[in-house]
Design a binder for this molecule. Structure first.
Ligand code: ADP
Ligand code: MG
Length: 731
């Protein structure tokens, strides 16, 4: 079946404003003109499931006897004379009284804003499909309900409606979208997301209907897909559950709401910016303060009950156990028990697709009507008895369906948006100055700051959620006063949109987890005060907090002052350690300087001595020359005293000087080699006379010093040599 991807009624291509139905646009042929208003019973007033029995006509007389609302087995046919009591016992082939008795009140409730579910339960061939869908002559509950919906719209001139249908099948615990092309429904099976009241089915097609004709088109297409999907049609149809749903949205008709001269009413405003990309393609939008009321009507043709029983005798033929139906049985049993005995036992909703999908309705959020069909034949007595027992159990279930609160969404959204804008402004201001502030703030103040930021963020998130909630038609059940739809179905979401949503959600989770980490500390320090505490309490707490902050500041200041103490100690330690070293260095330096001074002094002293000696030497040399010139020779031994020095040797004093000079050592070389703090520049001075004669002078001074005492030195003494020369050399 290669039909177009999107039918003409594809919801994503329809402007909901174009698809509105009101009392003027309803075609007269689409309404059931046969309904007597006086026949309408208000079953919604009771907090009970409406449970009815329909006995199918048969060839033989029925084995079941009925008296008003009671039913019991013909005593001739069975030993158990148990009598059951239900809301309605129906017989015959007329579908109209059946609709009036068991469905009409629920359809009307759906039109008034309640969620409603109508089940057909019973063994295969007992008449479930005949009751729900009917045939050409006897329209079943579904087409009658649609007719009734249009009739309701026609007699409600002050409201306008948007109707959307979906049609799905649960087979072998797989959900098939009967309105999607077969190829699509197999590659993209419908998944149930969310838990509890927030159940979403995706991807699931939902189509807008504006007339009974379009409803028929949708139903026919669904049936066609259902048949082509299987080769063993009978088996599959008896084992699968089919669910037809109508989402009914309505709002009050505005002055210019749908008139040709303009859609927007004076106070109305389009809100494309805040319209979520998710379901919404053709959601009815609030206009000009007119809120949107939403409800869902679910019509469910269950699988044959015989295959679901756990009784071995019953399952002998069909080796197959229907998980969804079995779970439905235990869910209803538990719910009934809980209601009857005021218990709170765990209800196994999540054990099957059907119960998971219907959880919001079964939990009591919806008005429920169950039609149990039974086969009148003798063979079917066990099955029929089982069906009656199921019916009895479900009768115990307590419901709390409430009419959806009508919310002036537009006004609310406007208020939320304003608040969000203000909060965002405040948040960005705080964030902008955060780095500067945090440097000045104490630890405690920083905590308070981060807490304030967190509060702002939380409020923004909360408001954003509220906006989404309002616009996605009760996507999240915020409070108990607003019952949500039986299942949240994202009919318009493409896989791509889902992916985008998922990505965005992941990103948000990441950001939030980092936020959580940084805020946990703040939360620890958070004061315990309920949000609804009186202002005086809050003021008191605020004052206390301010006091605490001031005290903490003082403590922090003191701490910061004291923070220098250890550092100073360290400095002292270091200084003490280094003082010793420095002192030692200074002393060493002083010693070296003193030594240098001493050296300089000595040098000076010795220089003076050399000058003096030089003078003497020159005088002596002159004398020697004079003496040599005289050529005086004497053989007389002269005693070697200062007044009688040794006589000059041949060659004269000059030769002796020359010889000695050859072996001289520079006197300062020794000084330079020594370790001294005073570094003298290398000497490159031309040797002066004084220096040249250093050695000789030294010897002389030594000799002169001692001369007066012991004349122990020999001819090495220059003085003696001079005198010796003088004395030995004849003039
Ligand atoms: P189920 O859906 O429970 O398996 P069906 O609705 O298909 O059973 O009914 C089986 C057969 O019995 C169908 O041919 C149907 O037209 C017929 N049938 C069921 N209920 C009635 C009824 N109340 N009056 C006349 N025919 C009926
Ligand atoms: Mg059937």
């Amino acid at each position: 079946m290669d039909g177009p991807m999107y039918s003409e009624m594809d919801v994503s291509r329809i402007d909901p404003e174009e698809a509105l139905v009101d009392f003027e646009t309803v075609e007269p042929g689409d309404i059931s003109g046969e309904i007597d208003e006086s026949l309408l019973k208000d079953y919604g007033a009771e907090d009970k499931v409406l449970v009815s029995i329909r006995i199918r006509p048969g060839d033989a007389p029925s084995v079941w006897q009925r008296t008003h609302k009671n039913i019991k087995l013909d005593p001739q046919c069975g030993k158990s004379p148990q009598e059951f009591m239900f809301d309605e016992i129906l017989t015959g082939s007329e579908n109209k009284p059946v609709y009036n008795a068991v469905a009409r009140s629920h359809v009307c409730a759906a039109m008034e804003g309640y969620n409603a579910v109508i089940f057909a339960y019973g063994q295969t061939a007992s008449g479930k499909t005949f009751t729900l869908s009917g045939d050409e002559d006897q329209l079943g509950i579904i087409p009658r309900a649609m007719k009734d919906i249009f009739a309701y719209i026609r007699r409600t001139p002050n409201r306008e409606y948007l109707l959307r249908c979906s049609y799905l099948e649960i087979y072998n615990e797989n959900i098939h979208d009967l309105l999607a092309p077969h190829s699509t429904s197999t590659t993209q099976p419908v998944q149930i997301h969310g838990t509890g009241p927030n159940v979403v089915l995706t991807p699931l097609r939902e189509e807008v209907v504006t007339s009974l004709k379009s409803v028929r088109e949708v139903l026919d297409r669904g049936e066609g897909n259902r048949r082509t999907a299987t080769t063993d049609w009978n088996e599959r149809s008896s084992r699968s559950h089919s669910v037809f749903r109508v989402v009914i949205e309505s709002r009050e008709r505005g002055s210019g709401g749908s008139s040709p001269d303009g859609r927007a009413t004076p106070s109305g405003r389009q809100t494309p910016g805040f319209r979520p990309p998710t379901p919404g393609g053709s959601r009815l939008q609030a206009r000009g303060g007119r809120s949107v009321q939403t409800s869902v009507l679910s019509l469910i043709d269950l699988a044959g009950s015989e295959k679901a029983t756990s009784d071995k005798d019953r399952t002998r033929e069909g080796k197959y156990i229907n998980t969804s139906l079995l779970t439905l049985g235990s869910v209803i049993a538990t719910l009934g028990e809980n209601s009857a005995k005021n218990k709170n036992d765990h209800v196994p909703f999540r054990n099957s697709k059907l119960t998971r999908m219907l959880q919001p309705s079964l939990s009591g959020d919806a008005r429920i009507s169950v039609i149990c069909t039974i086969n009148p034949s003798k063979d079917a007595i066990p099955e029929s008895t089982s069906t009656l027992l199921f019916a009895q159990r479900i009768k115990k279930v307590q419901l709390h369906a409430k009419k959806k609160e009508v919310v002036d969404t537009d006004a609310l959204l406007e208020r939320y948006r304003k608040e969000i804008e203000e909060l965002r402004q405040r948040l960005s201001e705080r964030e902008a100055e955060a780095p500067v502030r945090s440097r000045r703030l104490s630890a405690r103040e920083q905590l308070d700051e981060s807490r304030a930021m967190h509060d702002l963020n939380a409020r923004i998130r909360q408001l954003t959620k509220l906006i989404l909630t309002s616009q996605t038609v009760d996507e999240n059940k915020g409070d108990e006063t607003r019952p949500s739809s039986p299942a949240k179905v994202d009919f318009d979401m493409s896989p791509y949109q889902l992916q985008q949503e998922l990505l965005a959600a992941r990103r948000e989770i990441e950001t939030q987890s980092t936020q959580i980490l940084s805020l946990e500390a703040a939360i620890l320090a958070r004061p315990v005060l309920p949000p609804d505490a009186p202002e005086s309490e809050k003021d008191k707490l605020l004052a206390e907090q301010t006091k605490t902050i001031r005290e903490l500041e003082i403590v922090v200041k003191g701490y910061e002052d004291n923070l220098g103490e250890p550092l100073r100690k360290v400095q002292e330690d270091v200084e003490r350690e280094w003082a010793v070293k420095v002192e030692r260095e200074v002393k060493l330096r002083e010693e070296k300087e003193a030594w240098a001074d001493e050296l300089v002094k000595q040098l000076d002293k010795e220089r003076k001595a050399r000058m003096k000696l030089e003078e003497e030497r020159q005088a002596l040399a002159a004398f020697v020359q004079k003496f040599d010139a005289l050529g005086l020779e004497t053989t007389l031994p002269v005693p070697q005293t200062k007044l009688n020095p040794p006589l000059p040797m041949p060659g004269g004093a000059a030769a002796v000087f020359a010889e000695r000079h050859k072996h001289r050592i520079h006197p300062l070389d020794a000084i330079i080699e020594t370790e001294s703090p005073i570094r003298l520049a290398p000497l490159s001075i031309e040797p002066s006379l004084l220096e040249e004669e250093w050695d000789g002078v030294e010897d002389m001074s030594f000799e002169l010093e001692k001369a007066g005492k012991v004349m122990k030195l020999g001819s090495q003494s220059p003085v003696r040599e001079v005198f010796g020369d003088k004395e030995n050399t004849p003039p």
